[in-house]
Design a protein around this ligand. Structure first.
Ligand SMILES: Cc1ncc(COP(=O)(O)O)c(C=O)c1O
Length: 387
């Protein structure tokens, strides 16, 4: 729930705006640090989910490093966070790899062909880089198919037969990522499969990365269970290091998107048109799909005034959902969407030439800083216009 200081500040912010809350990031960071200490593992911040230099400063004391999906995130991690710098992608271009080796200390490849293709770049890096392979355990409980890395014909990771055939001489560890917004019971079942299929290789390796998709910082997550699982697995296979690389768990419930009502129309039901968009500013609402919570709202008809909330883009399906409110909405009212740090502002776009939300940051002491506003130059510059 948005705290009162935050809500009171919103009238000063031009909307739409993301507001990231440092106290919530620190709360998550403390939990993750505690898990690392108790389980003797390392937790990396998956930058693909959420990245912001201000947040990096706040999270630095709590996490072991970052994990990147490619060159830009790897560089961001090095320049803004430090610690261990891990990179994985389904494939890397030669051009990107030539730079990635400057930032990374762990690179996990998706195939033996990529690993061998980039071996020279790694050997020529002038520093030790640990090389791993992503495995595909063929087991995932993720039901939304576009988020299931083990779906049929998946492009992610190598199977146990291939490891058997090609050997593990060229690597020091394995990486898997098979979960999405799940808990320790799913990890336990996944580890059973990993142990059965990949156990013999793990005994001769140094590290295992168990990926992300684990909601470790949610209040009802069974962290003692996670800690035991990690300790047992580490001992069973004599591994030196276990890594986890959550994104959501780092930034969950640590951000808001504040939007305003631009117009209210009627077409079979009241429709409020907002200065934000699901497609542009919170694409997972359409992709996942899911229904974000709005402070003070209810399910349709729970409160007397129900509205369909729509965007100002041309996309016919660009609705955020149906919400009810205790009082009628009016033009200029502000709506505060919760849990908007994760996979929202890293995925925004300027479809229809609509501006990006501003970025604001609430320090732990309550003060809100405006970090960045976007302008026509951000839109036109990406399109190639010389400004
Ligand atoms: C390889 C890898 N690691 C880590 C993550 C982070 O997952 P989450 O944000 O769900 O914890 C992802 C998400 O897609 C991923 O693909």
């Amino acid at each position: 729930m948005a705290n009162q200081a935050l809500l009171n500040c919103f009238p000063e912010l031009k909307t739409p705006a993301f507001v990231i809350t440092e106290s919530d990031l620190i709360k998550n960071g403390r939990i993750l640090k505690d898990v690392q200490e108790k389980a003797d593992c390392k937790i990396l911040w998956a930058l693909k989910c959420f990245a912001m230099p201000e947040a990096a400063k706040a999270l630095k004391p709590y996490l072991a490093g970052t994990c990147a999906s490619g060159l830009f995130e790897a560089r961001f991690g090095k320049e803004n966070f430090g610690g261990e710098n891990h990179v994985y992608a389904p494939a890397f271009s030669d051009e990107d790899m030539a730079e990635i080796v400057k930032y990374a200390d762990h690179i996990s490849f998706n195939s033996y062909s990529q690993l061998r293709h980039h071996r020279k770049a790694i050997e020529g890096a002038g520093k030790p880089i640990k090389v791993g392979l992503r495995i595909n355990p063929g087991y995932s409980e993720v039901e939304t198919m576009i988020y299931n890395p083990c779906a049929p014909y998946s492009r992610f990771g190598v199977g146990a037969e291939e490891l058997e055939k090609e050997g593990i001489k060229e690597i020091s560890g394995l990486h898997f990522h098979t979960m999405c917004e799940q808990r320790s019971d799913v990890l336990e079942r996944t580890l059973d499969v990993v142990a059965k299929k990949f156990g013999p290789f793990l005994r001769d390796l140094e590290w295992l990365n168990m990926g992300g998709g684990q909601l470790i910082t949610k209040p009802d997550y069974d962290r003692d269970h996670l800690i035991n699982l990690i300790k047992e697995f580490k001992t069973a296979f004599g591994l030196k290091t276990i890594y986890l690389e959550p994104g959501e768990a780092v930034a969950i419930d640590a951000g808001y998107l504040v939007a305003s009502v631009l117009d209210i129309i009627e077409n079979g039901m009241p429709i409020a048109i907002l200065d934000t968009s699901a497609a542009n500013h919170m694409p997972d609402v359409l992709e996942m799909p899911y229904r974000p919570y709005i402070v003070g709202s209810g399910e349709p008809k729970e409160f007397p005034y129900t509205y369909r909330l729509g965007a100002m883009t041309c996309l016919a399906g660009d609705y955020i959902g149906d919400y009810s409110f205790p009082k009628p909405l009016k033009v200029g009212d502000r709506l505060v969407f919760t849990d908007m740090a994760i996979y929202s502002f890293v995925k925004t776009c300027m479809f229809n030439g609509i501006n990006l939300p501003s970025l604001a940051y609430q320090k732990e002491n309550g003060e809100i800083k405006l970090i960045r506003e976007f302008t026509y130059a951000d839109y036109a510059g990406r399109l190639g216009e010389k400004l």
